[in-house]
Design a protein around this ligand. Structure first.
Ligand SMILES: Nc1ncnc2c1ncn2[C@@H]1O[C@H](COP(=O)(O)OP(=O)(O)OP(=O)(O)O)[C@@H](O)[C@H]1O
Length: 575
């Protein structure tokens, strides 16, 4: 962690130099009032104080106070401003990392945990760069200034006066050792709490439907109580040692005054010097107490640094990105292709063989869990490439830059993600500079026109969390319009029409095929009518292709496809 902080200080060396210089001035001007008191007391006891001398002293004190304020303003402002920049820097680094990562990375962290790393951990580190550095610079500076001055007055009295405070600081350090574990536990408890909140919010409908509100509330209460326990334990430790500084100050006072009187009688120090020594010790209590606070800031910073580092260092296990920028999809070819998820004990795809050329529509059907989504994830390059042959336009898929490949594919996933924006904005995400006509064309293709007419503000209606709630089927069609508008070379619909009726589904698929002449489509579906007009259909079972052909050929084979087709017809899903 120190390397990170030092690198940051080095990167902003001029700001920190200004902070250091103003801090030195600040520390120096803090010492002045005590020296003035020392001289005044001595002048009064020697009866040498004149009116002019008093006025000059007051003037000097005012000047010192103004300089003290000015320097404090500058170093406070710069130090804490810089810590805010540090926070944004860290968050941006983490954010860039997040957007660059593929699915396997996200499977390694829970959402709440990731949010905690992003917010709480970054703030703890910011504390280290702000408050932590302030302690080192201010407290360190004060101690470095005051102790030599004290020793110059009388090393014997200074030594006696310092002993209790130094012992106390060492004791505090020893006492606070167990705090490291407590801070780790408190940090993990925050993460647990965030997970709980996110999962509760995401699943609120289910929680309500199953009347599990009380259950959920009590789980939440348990987690907050666990977090409160951790912080209470830390507070107890602090409460234990912080008041001890007052006791130690009392002890130092006794030692300084006792030995001061002794050395005064011996003529080695003046009354003014004894008073000054006492005031110096008082001024040292705060910096030493801050040093013990540094232990807390350091421990929390260290814990949070570890968590952030883990986030930044964790990869998505994907192979190095390819160099070739691909700009069209001529053909996609898989031969004897196998794929397994890293945590899975068995393969999700086995011996896959397929060939898709531009302009074709490929249907993928099969039982639930048979590997349909896993197969299209290969085209999206969400996971490391499996074993076997996987080429695009005759070259291995890994030769192409993932970003350029991604730009050619329009993907409509099973879970439809819409944003709390207008219908227009949600669709235009698929093509930033889309014209009005293009948006309306996409809406017509996705058979969403009638629904739009029923919405209060039409295409300007805000949907999602802070807007109008829309049905699953409407979400699906907005998602299709969004993918369609980008005119991708390959459009993938992953069970994206499950919530619309069979007639609308057929209409959308006909629209897509008519509008996308010369471009490819992959349609994953449970309803076989959706692939009636596909050029080729694959039937998957347990990760293998068990049947394939045109829809007519598949019916003629009288296998799973045929049986399923008959059943769905009988159930009246076909008109
Ligand atoms: N991220 C993952 N990690 C490990 N195993 C996974 C992962 N995703 C899917 N699987 C497993 O891979 C197999 C195929 O799942 P996949 O989602 O491809 O099926 P599917 O045919 O699309 O199912 P459905 O029709 O229900 O969407 C399943 O056994 C599933 O449990």
């Amino acid at each position: 962690m120190f390397k990170l902080v030092l690198d940051y200080v080095r990167k902003n060396k001029w700001v920190y130099l200004l902070v250091a210089v103003t801090l030195i001035i600040y520390d120096a001007t803090l010492v002045i009032p005590t020296q003035v008191v020392q001289r005044l007391v001595d002048a009064i006891t020697k009866q040498t104080l004149t009116e002019k001398g008093l006025l000059a002293t007051v003037g000097f004190l005012v000047l010192a106070t103004v300089i003290n304020y000015g320097s404090a303003f500058i170093w406070h402002l710069k130090l804490f401003q810089q810590s805010i920049h540090f926070k944004f820097d860290m968050q941006q680094r983490a954010f860039h990392k997040l957007v660059a990562m593929r699915t396997p990375f996200y499977e390694k962290f829970r959402s709440g945990d990731m949010m905690t790393r992003f917010s709480t951990d970054v703030e703890m580190l910011q504390d280290m760069v702000g408050y932590g550095l302030m302690i080192i610079l201010y407290a360190g500076g004060m101690i470095a200034f005051v102790i030599p001055v004290m020793f110059l007055i009388s090393w014997q009295i200074a030594l006696l006066g310092m002993v209790p405070i130094v012992l106390m600081t060492y004791g505090t350090y020893r006492i606070s050792q167990p705090m490291e574990n407590m801070i780790d536990e408190a940090r993990d408890a925050i993460s647990e709490l965030s997970n709980e909140v996110l999962e509760t919010v995401e699943g609120i409908r289910v929680t309500r439907a199953y009347s599990k509100k009380a259950n959920q509330s009590s789980r939440f209460a348990q987690k907050t109580a666990a977090l409160a326990d951790r912080w209470n334990a830390i507070a107890r430790y602090r409460a234990l040692y912080m008041p001890m500084y007052g006791v130690m100050l009392g002890l130092s006072t006794v030692l300084i005054l006792g030995s001061g009187v002794y050395f005064m009688k011996a003529g080695q120090v003046t009354l003014g010097q004894v008073v000054a020594l006492q005031l110096y010790v008082v001024s040292l209590v705060e910096p030493f107490a801050m040093l013990s606070d540094f232990i807390l800031v350091y421990q929390t910073g260290k814990t949070s640094f570890g968590k952030l580092q883990e986030l930044i260092e964790t990869g998505d296990d994907l192979e190095e990105d390819g160099k070739i920028e691909i700009d069209h999809l001529e053909d996609i070819c898989l031969k004897d292709y196998h794929f397994a998820y890293s945590q899975a004990s068995k393969k999700s795809l086995e011996g896959i063989r397929l060939h898709l050329t531009s302009g074709q529509t490929l249907g993928i059907v099969g039982k639930t869990g048979s590997g349909k989504t896993s197969l299209i994830r290969q085209f999206l390059r969400q996971y490391p490439v499996g074993e076997g042959i996987f080429t695009i336009n005759g070259l291995p898929v890994t030769a192409y830059s993932r970003k350029s490949l991604e730009a050619l594919i329009g993907y409509v996933p099973q879970e439809h993600i819409l944003f709390s924006r207008t219908v227009w904005e949600n669709i235009a995400m698929g093509k930033v500079d889309a014209s009005k006509d293009e948006i309306h064309q996409a809406i017509a293709t996705a058979a969403f026109e009638e629904d739009l007419e029923r919405m209060s503000d039409g295409i300007e209606t805000t949907i999602g969390e802070r807007g109008v709630s829309i049905s699953g089927g409407q979400k699906q069609r907005i998602s299709i319009a969004r993918a369609f508008i980008g005119e991708p070379e390959l459009l993938i619909l992953d069970d994206s029409l499950s919530a619309v009726d069979a007639r609308t589904e057929r209409q959308i698929i006909q629209n897509i095929q008519a509008e996308r002449a010369g471009k490819s489509n992959i349609i994953i579906t449970h309803r076989l009518s959706a692939v009636n007009h596909a050029d080729w259909v694959l039937v998957l079972d347990d990760g293998r292709i068990v049947e394939e052909g045109t829809p007519d050929q598949l019916l003629a084979q009288e296998g799973w496809y045929y049986e399923q087709y008959q059943r769905q017809q009988a159930q009246g899903e076909e008109e």
